[in-house]
Write a protein that binds this ligand. Structure first.
Ligand code: PHE
Length: 340
């Protein structure tokens, strides 16, 4: 029986030599001749069942090897036929290479991405290190180490997304301060841009948005340093004429704490619809690092002082581009995105 296989293989090889691979239909007929339902190889395979049981495995194996070989040769022939067809088409000259192409639509960077890059550039030039932190934090980093007691309202399920007991989607970037202080010795300055999550949804609040945290720790750092850095930063973001003001506020992890406003970027401080007639717009929170936070991170609060700030990137993008709805920023709507 094995002679049958050998002779078919030889016949196939001879046949293949004479195959006209420039014509797809000839190649196809060739394939049917060997591998089709009634093809020569298929036929041989069918004969396996007529053999004595002990001969079947060896024979079947050989025919299958032949089949694989034949299939591979035919596949190559098909490729050759396709290439030949293409060559023919091209040489006939019916492709007008002077026609303009379809063009590749150029995208643009997202306004939030641009602002984040701008912030990173600005602070890097002032010697700040960038730490992106992590989206998922334990209770310790999001609250406890930040001097936020268990009964603080921000811990409420209504405000924070809980993944598990003691594990949250971070509700602010302030937890990155803690990670950083645990692993670095002062003096240092760092920023921590990233996504944050809150149970919140209206025109100016989204369940996911971006913040940028900042932290500076050294000897003799004062609130004046904080004001200076943030004023220069606001000049960079909104232009030289922008004014800032600091209103007393409260955060568990800073003392004293303040809310920073900038003069309304739409009316320049005169008072308009967008700033609700006040002339000011809120940008973020800030303050001097609370000594309890230093203690939780093993930093000597007698020797070192520091300041921290945190503001929303979406907010800044909305002011910059007069975007009326925060959700537009993440809606993936091309009509919106194409404007940038
Ligand atoms: N984490 C505060 C918030 O999300 C902002 C803040 C950061 C305030 C750092 C003070 C210091 O509102």
């Amino acid at each position: 029986m094995s002679e049958k296989i050998e002779s078919l293989k030889a016949a196939f090889a001879e046949d293949l030599k004479n195959l006209d691979t420039s014509a797809a239909d000839k190649v196809d007929a060739f394939r049917v001749k060997y591998l089709g339902k009634k093809g020569l190889v298929t036929d041989l395979l069918k004969q396996t069942s007529t053999l004595p049981v002990e001969e079947r495995p060896a024979f079947g194996k050989m025919v299958n090897e032949l089949k694989a070989f034949v299939a591979e040769c035919i596949d190559k022939a098909i490729e050759t036929a396709k290439a030949a067809a293409l060559d023919k088409k091209l040489s006939e000259g019916n492709v007008d290479v002077t026609l303009p192409g379809d063009g590749i639509p150029a995208g643009s960077t997202h306004p939030l991405y641009d602002i984040r890059e701008e912030i990173i550039d600005f602070f890097s030039q002032m010697g700040f290190e960038v730490d992106f932190g992590r989206d998922i934090e334990t209770d310790w980093y999001n609250f406890e180490a930040l001097n936020t007691p268990p009964d603080h309202p921000s811990r409420d399920m209504q405000d924070t997304f809980y993944l598990d007991e003691g594990v949250v989607l971070r509700s602010h970037t302030s937890g990155t301060q803690i990670h950083y202080m645990e692993t670095h010795k002062p003096p240092f300055r760092m920023i921590a841009p990233g996504h944050v999550f809150r149970v919140d949804n209206d025109a100016t609040h989204a369940p996911m948005f971006q913040q940028c945290e900042g932290l500076v720790v050294d000897e003799n750092i004062s609130f004046a340093d904080l004001k200076g850095v943030l004023q220069v930063f606001m000049n960079k973001l909104f232009g030289e004429g922008v004014k800032t003001r600091f209103r007393p506020s409260f955060f568990p992890f800073t003392e004293p704490s303040a809310e920073m406003d900038v003069s309304c970027v739409f009316c320049g401080g005169e008072g308009c619809r967008r700033c609700k007639g006040t002339g000011w717009m809120e940008i973020g929170g800030c303050g001097s690092v609370d000594p309890n936070v230093f203690k939780n991170c093993g930093i000597d609060g007698e020797k070192y002082t520091g300041f921290a700030f945190g503001f929303g990137l979406d907010r800044i993008a909305m002011l910059r581009h007069a975007i009326p709805e925060i959700n537009l920023l993440t809606s993936n709507d091309e009509r919106f995105l194409k404007q940038f």
